[in-house]
Every structure is written in C-alpha cells, then in structure tokens.
Design a protein around this ligand. Structure first.
Ligand code: ZN
Length: 111
C-alpha cells in the first residue's frame, strides 16, 4: 500500500499589463499612449524604467485586476470587457487590461 500525498495547492494567475490605449482629452498627468504598468506573480507591480503612471488611473484599474488575473466563465462581462477610464474628466484617458502570460504559483507563496 502506498500513501499518495495530495498535490500541493496552487493558484493559477495571469500576468497583466495595463496599457494606455487612447487619450481623447488633455493628458493632465503626463501619460502618453503606450505607457503601461505590469502586474506579475499575483501582486508585483512594475513600471518601465524612467516611466510613470497616473495614481488615479491606477486606482480606477485596481478593483478589476484580481478578477482579471483569474480564468473567468465565458459569459462573465469581465471576461470580454477590458477597458478602464482614468477618472480625471479632462483626460478621456482609456486603458486596456491585457493578459500577458499564465503562471502556476504555489498557494503557499501568496498567503
Ligand atoms: Zn490621470
């Protein structure tokens, strides 16, 4: 008789990139089309060297990111809707959330 241990629990998450897709108003925070941030390994946020990102634009994206990191049922609106606007009314700055890769992370490393 052999005792098989259950596999260690893992969390499946997508790495994300939030890209400025278009700016239809005046870019108050100095961002340009193509500027981006990346969210990897569930919680690591990074900005390309020398770049910056608008705090309020980031705040607008934040509530969606943990959901976007996970596989979603096909009918879920969040599965197809990937655009977020910066709340600054002068900007009309629209960002797109992209999935850049998928990772299997030991759950232990995340909690
Ligand atoms: Zn902004």
């Amino acid at each position: 008789m052999s005792t098989s241990h259950p596999p260690d629990p893992v969390t499946e998450v997508y790495d994300l990139r939030v890209v400025v897709e278009r700016i239809e108003g005046r870019s108050v925070c100095g961002m340009q089309v193509g500027d981006y941030i990346e969210l990897t390994e569930s919680s690591r946020l990074s900005i390309p060297e020398g770049g910056h990102f608008c705090l309020y634009a980031l705040a607008a994206c934040l509530p969606l990111l943990p959901a976007k990191q996970r596989p979603l049922p096909a009918g879920d609106w969040l599965a197809t809707d990937s655009h977020v606007a910066c709340p600054d009314p002068d900007e009309w700055l629209i960002m797109r959330i992209e999935r850049t890769g998928r990772r299997i992370v030991p759950t232990e490393d995340l909690t």
